[in-house]
Design a protein. Sequence first.
Length: 89
Amino acid sequence: MFFEGDAEPGTPEGLVNVARFNDPVEAQMAKGMLESAGIECFLVGENVNNLLNAAFRVRLQVRSEDEGTARELMAEATGADELEPPPEV
């Protein structure tokens, strides 16, 4: 539980955000696409989004070593509201 003034949790070490979705169903579809390609991925915020649909975006995260492949697949797919920019090196 977070309280006013608490820092928002960041991305766990070793994971990167590759896309954000307003619709949790689209996020699940993208997750399934990546999983079928053998990429382990995680959705962050999908349950909160079900309660307050327009208030939060679901973030799709993958392991950093799978980022390039995941971004290629996501660029070919439809439904991503916004691809996350690659992290700056």
